[in-house]
Ligand binder design. Structure first.
Ligand SMILES: CC(C)(COP(=O)(O)OP(=O)(O)OC[C@H]1O[C@@H](n2cnc3c(N)ncnc32)[C@H](O)[C@@H]1OP(=O)(O)O)[C@@H](O)C(=O)NCCC(=O)NCCS
Length: 188
């Protein structure tokens, strides 16, 4: 695994970049305070911008390590962060990561997260050199499964009652992409 960390990635509509402390207001306003965004996530909506500031104060110093992958999703047309995408778990000995993501409600349904996820998958395979990238969603949150499908991840199966989020215990539906899947795709 190459410890290249959270490098800036550009896509047609988005800039994926490390968070900075100054993102706190936009993060709080655009997604972190919204219970509709956190419905299927493991953290409660932030009650004040101070909670967002404290979180960013924890995240930002971690970028120095090179093995921390946490992108702010900045919408070019707005010039503000509207969501995040991150490796929530890394297994260096396997060369595997698990991703998590969220986007402000005002920007749902425009294909923005598939655009971000596709770019992050490219980065994790091509620059970091991972072998496997996986993600799971609550079975009651199929729109997240659509994001994974659109980015080319393959359905692996359901772990019944394996997780807990703000809706309680949940069935986790897993998708993944392997390096070998991409090599196969490129040959088609
Ligand atoms: C899941 C999420 C990332 C989708 O991102 P997105 O950029 O809106 O993704 P897309 O535009 O590709 O839409 C994906 C699916 O969501 C559904 N959808 C789109 N807009 C919607 C809306 N306004 N309300 C409800 N569902 C919607 C559609 O089924 C769509 O699939 P389709 O394109 O085949 O019709 C976003 O809704 C989100 O951040 N939700 C809250 C956090 C979350 O659930 N994160 C994932 C945890 S595993």
């Amino acid at each position: 695994m190459n410890k290249t960390g959270t490098k800036r990635i550009e896509t047609p509509r988005l800039i994926l970049r490390p968070f900075v402390p100054e993102d706190a207001e936009a993060m709080y306003r655009n997604w972190a305070s919204d219970p509709a965004v956190t419905e299927f996530l493991t953290w409660p909506p932030h009650g004040s911008v101070e909670a967002t500031r404290l979180l960013l104060a924890d995240w930002c110093p971690r970028y120095a390590g090179g093995d921390y992958f946490q992108w702010a999703i900045e919408l070019r047309e707005l010039g503000e962060a509207v969501g995040s995408i991150a490796a929530v778990k890394l297994n260096e000995s396997v060369g595997a990561a698990e991703l998590g993501y969220c986007l402000g409600r005002a920007w749902w349904g425009r294909g923005l997260m598939p655009e971000a996820l596709g770019a992050v998958l490219d980065y994790l395979f091509d620059e970091v050199g991972l072998q496997r990238v996986a993600a799971c969603h609550d079975a009651r949150n199929p729109r997240s499964g659509r994001v994974m499908e659109k980015a080319g991840m393959r359905l692996e199966g359901t772990w019944r009652q394996a997780g807990r989020n703000n809706r309680g215990v949940c069935d986790e539906v897993w998708h993944a992409m392997l390096r070998a899947d991409r090599e196969g795709k490129e040959r088609l």
